[in-house]
Write a protein that binds this ligand. Sequence first.
Ligand SMILES: Cc1cc2nc3c(=O)[nH]c(=O)nc-3n(C[C@H](O)[C@H](O)[C@H](O)COP(=O)(O)OP(=O)(O)OC[C@H]3O[C@@H](n4cnc5c(N)ncnc54)[C@H](O)[C@@H]3O)c2cc1C
Length: 294
Amino acid sequence: MTSAHDKGIVDVAVIGAGVVGSAIARLLSGHQLDVALIESRCDVGDGTSKANTAILHTGFDAKPETLESRLVARGYHLLKAYADETGIPYEPTGALLVAWDDEQLAALPGLQEKAEQNGYAGTEIVGPDEVYRQVPTLGPGALGGLTVPGESIICTWTTNLALATDAVRRGTRLLRSHRVESVTVGADETVLHTNRGDLRARWVINAAGLGSDVIDELFGHDRFHLHPAYGKVVCFCERVTEGEVRDALNSTIPPCDLDGLRRRTRAMNGRCQGFYCGANVTGMLQDTETEARR
Ligand SMILES: Cc1cc2nc3c(=O)[nH]c(=O)nc-3n(C[C@H](O)[C@H](O)[C@H](O)COP(=O)(O)OP(=O)(O)OC[C@H]3O[C@@H](n4cnc5c(N)ncnc54)[C@H](O)[C@@H]3O)c2cc1C
């Protein structure tokens, strides 16, 4: 690994080696462009891309006719083909949306219609017998369901690593442990000032995930702000997010003490046994108790 200041000008600098930045770098470096992929952490795919639910979405439930619905549907086919080609593990588990009350049951035809508007025609509305045939261990009370056979789970870490590996093999210069801290925008080039030196680029792509609003600001814009509370990790040993803790505290049967919270979320259950996250988690529990007393 070399530092940024060893490099001359590149055609494109991609900030962020998550799944998005790595995929972009891979594509661009297949086009005779000199590409740099800049990552502040010491490894690729160490942000949100490695710690998500791992669903390879068909896009059946996206809001129709949005950019998101188009991209998710296209990404589904592209990533599936790429996984087959490269050996990224994925499992076509299918999904089953279960209706537990009349309101949810009545919503199923609308969901099916939405899926069709999104170009996914594989869903089927099924009765309770089929629901229990597919998932015999489900608790009692299911009234019906919607099957989505195309949904899969995919290894998030391998996906990111494969894309970044391909990018590097096609010539991308990967600069890890390089945090972009400021920028100087010129007429023909932009200088990215990192903690390990400068990098000059003709074009810059912002794929910094949860840090992308900060990068946007460095370029003098104020176009969007990210508030990643749900995904913010509280317990790093077990990778429990603030959102998961809050969901547990607001659940139907909320925990009454730290042990209960530990059982529900695994927070404080890892190697450090709460040494690092204990104070934060206790604070969240106390805030909820104070709120409840009001
Ligand atoms: C709880 C949760 C569950 C999810 N489940 C799913 C799911 O099941 N299926 C699905 O498709 N999507 C899911 N997602 C969404 C998905 O994880 C994200 O859309 C995706 O990982 C975003 O990738 P990214 O490359 O944009 O961001 P990231 O993976 O965060 O990558 C951005 C990178 O930029 C780097 N960076 C930031 N600032 C700088 C800087 N100044 N200089 C240099 N580098 C910088 C970061 O270190 C990071 O590595 C989920 C998200 C969450 C939070």
